[in-house]
Write a protein that binds this ligand. Sequence first.
Ligand code: SDX
Length: 382
Amino acid sequence: MESKPEIKLGLEGVYFTESEICKVDGINGKLYYYGYSIETLAENSNFEETCFLLLNGRLPDESELSAFRKTLASERELPAEIVSVIRASARTANAMDLLRSTFSMLSLYDKDANDNSEEANMRKSIRFMSKIASITAAIGSFRQGREYVKPDSSMGHVENFLYMLNGKKPMAEEVKILDLMFLLHAEHSSNASTFSGIVTASTLSDLHSSITSAIGTLKGPLHGGADEAALHMMHAIGSPENTEAYINDALAGKKKIMGFGHRVYKTYDPRARIIKRRLEELRGSADEEVKNLTNIALAAEKLMIDKLGASHGIWPNVDFFSGPVYTDLGIPDYLFTPMFAVSRVPGWCAHIMQYWKSNRLVRPLEYYNGEIDRKYVPIEGR
Ligand code: SDX
């Protein structure tokens, strides 16, 4: 019998490829998109420009950014059949299920669907950014009892998303904060949903199938679903005074506190720092609910860092402070994870297109620990 090899559960610590798209420095709590620190991009850039960077490896000049924006605006319409499916299911279906299902349907109406050329994949990457935003906005609009809002090509990507979601032109401040949230969620190296998309792509399947895999993977509460779960926890805690008892009870019951911990960051997630700062800034003008959520979040943050920070390397991650920010924007909790998908499409597509440049089928080994040559007993004798 062969000796049992070392098994890396969850591929923890395994490098499966290399890339210049994103560096996640888990020890120092740093994040870079193509060498630009997340702080630099958050301060100076915007979501559309950052998407261009992720898809092209460099920042655009003015004419390139203008053309990129025009293409995004031209790709927002949804096929009528898909609007009908969303209208029929938005009130009852899980929002991520509906996003995954209707995104996958898009391939039926896309002439590029099975064209795997670099040019077609770049067209589809930009197309998906707009389509997933329109689908997510339509889900929110129908679920809140309104009709499908046709996109407005005169608006920017984030502005149009909020317009299609709420049926009214958003305020500049709302666009600014959501643009930052999308930028912070746009890319994160070989996270589970990106890896899942790459596994599908590595068989030389197509980009629709790969992104459908990624959306399904993002749904899980250990990954993209944590933002909604963290907000539910804050509502369950109810007040800052209840925070310590709630968290101590959860930890005693070996429950995971959503929005904390990370496979790579063993210190503060730099994205969470930026989101926390914005949340503290908007707290002054926020309504009582958001103020209370913010105070609960800050109490939970302090408690968790005191208890598990330095000792266990468990710190706030990108999902922890997002909920109160989205709540302040009037965005319902069931849209948090679909919005994570809206943000992450450029990161998914960038990695998949890069992987295809030197494609290798992803096929790891599984150590067999069962019997060999068992005797077959006919059913009469069992
Ligand atoms: C994202 O990969 C990415 O980059 C993802 C992401 C991206 O941008 O794409 O950054 C986005 O997914 C952020 C993570 C969102 N998920 C959550 O917030 C869910 C809660 N977090 C945990 O489930 C956990 O921290 C993970 C899943 C994020 C990471 O887990 P690991 O690396 O598999 O670590 P583990 O579960 O083995 O935990 C090690 C120990 C365990 O204790 P023991 O069993 O050894 O005693 O730490 C404990 C865990 O119980 N632990 C926690 C905890 N996270 C880990 N205990 C309480 N609360 C937590 N949140």
